[in-house]
Design a protein around this ligand. Structure first.
Ligand SMILES: *[C@@H]1O[C@H](CO)[C@@H](O)[C@H](O)[C@H]1NC(C)=O
Ligand SMILES: *[C@@H]1O[C@H](CO)[C@@H](O)[C@H](O)[C@H]1NC(C)=O
Ligand SMILES: *[C@@H]1O[C@H](CO)[C@@H](O)[C@H](O)[C@H]1NC(C)=O
Ligand SMILES: *[C@@H]1O[C@H](CO)[C@@H](O)[C@H](O)[C@H]1NC(C)=O
Ligand SMILES: *[C@@H]1O[C@H](CO)[C@@H](O)[C@H](O)[C@H]1NC(C)=O
Ligand SMILES: *[C@@H]1O[C@H](CO)[C@@H](O)[C@H](O)[C@H]1NC(C)=O
Length: 258
């Protein structure tokens, strides 16, 4: 499931980035990444998610070809992750989305990667990526020096009573569409977000056609100070999914506790 169609910004995301997607066992679509359906089959399979920017340089210097440089740097990242999380990369599922390295004009470049790794906690993954500050890592053609690692992710959990127009009777469709509505809002408000990961922790149908949903919303390159007030501002407003307009009758969001 691609969410690129309505968002010019994400088309850039899709073409300028190198995506590495592993297969994940999938049953109900309860969890989504902004550019593909993640659909982990059970809630015990937690994915750690983070988005980090680093300043990199390579020997030999690959900066003359951004695509090759980005490919090679991502290989170096995957090798580091394989050594730290062999089990996760072999069988739990992972995705790395490495944005095209931006040249800084001094031989270094700014690299931004979104990490999604199964069977690891957010804290553990974030600490591991932050530990790359100052190390060198091998791609297939270059040796990379990594510095100035900064990881930035907003994580909020929202409990909303949401009412769709037109009515959506299928609870699976409702859960997906209300997540779409929330993702679309976030992408629209934060065009610089590197990725949005959303997941319904719980959803229940009320007899009047409304739904109670507990949604986890995570956005790379956005802070809680930005996302929390924005998500809370949906209460009393209508937000658009693909199938329905969702009136947010009541509820609130809090910072996620890991
Ligand atoms: C980029 O990578 C391709 C495939 O590995 C290679 O054929 C090409 O020569 C590389 N380009 C540069 C400028 O290094
Ligand atoms: C991540 O967790 C593993 C296993 O629990 C532990 O060995 C490792 O030190 C942790 N890494 C970081 C950076 O916290
Ligand atoms: C990384 O590459 C350098 C230079 O090519 C090489 O000397 C070193 O052994 C490599 N390290 C690993 C862990 O492969
Ligand atoms: C709900 O819709 C999904 C597809 O989105 C379908 O697989 C499922 O069978 C539907 N459930 C019911 C009860 O109609
Ligand atoms: C992250 O956000 C900043 C603005 O807050 C923006 O300048 C930067 O380009 C963004 N990073 C990416 C990879 O889009
Ligand atoms: C939905 O939430 C409302 C308000 O918190 C509550 O009164 C209602 O019982 C909930 N409905 C279900 C189906 O849990």
């Amino acid at each position: 499931m691609f969410f690129t169609k309505n968002f010019a910004g994400l088309l850039v995301f899709a073409t300028a980035a190198v995506a590495r997607i592993s297969s994940t066992a999938s049953v109900g679509a309860v969890s989504r990444f902004s550019n593909f359906a993640l659909s982990p089959d059970d809630t015990s399979s937690q994915f750690a998610f983070t988005s980090c920017t680093t300043v990199v340089s390579s020997v030999p210097d690959l900066s003359g070809n951004v695509q090759n440089a980005t490919d090679d740097f991502q290989l170096a990242e995957v090798t580091l992750l394989e050594n730290e999380y062999p089990q996760s990369l072999a069988s739990e599922g992972f995705e790395l989305l490495t944005y095209a390295i931006k040249p800084n004009g001094d031989g270094t470049g700014t690299a931004t990667t979104v990490f999604l790794i199964g069977g690891v906690t957010n804290d553990n993954l974030t600490s591991f990526v932050q530990s790359w500050d100052g190390i060198t890592a091998n791609g297939s053609t270059a040796v990379w020096t990594i510095g100035e690692v900064v990881c930035t992710v907003a994580r909020v959990t929202c409990n909303f009573v949401m009412s769709p127009t037109p009515a959506v009777s299928n609870i699976t469709d409702a859960g997906n569409d209300l997540l779409d509505a929330q993702i679309f809002q976030i992408l629209d408000q934060f065009p610089f977000t590197t990725s949005v990961l959303s997941d319904n922790d719980a959803i229940a149908a009320n007899t009047d056609g409304s739904y109670n949903a507990t949604s986890s919303l995570q956005a790379g390159n956005v802070t809680n100070d930005e996302l929390l007030p924005f998500a809370n501002s949906w209460v009393g407003e209508t937000i658009s999914g693909e199938e329905a307009q969702w009136f947010v009758e009541a509820g609130s969001c809090v910072e996620q506790q890991d």
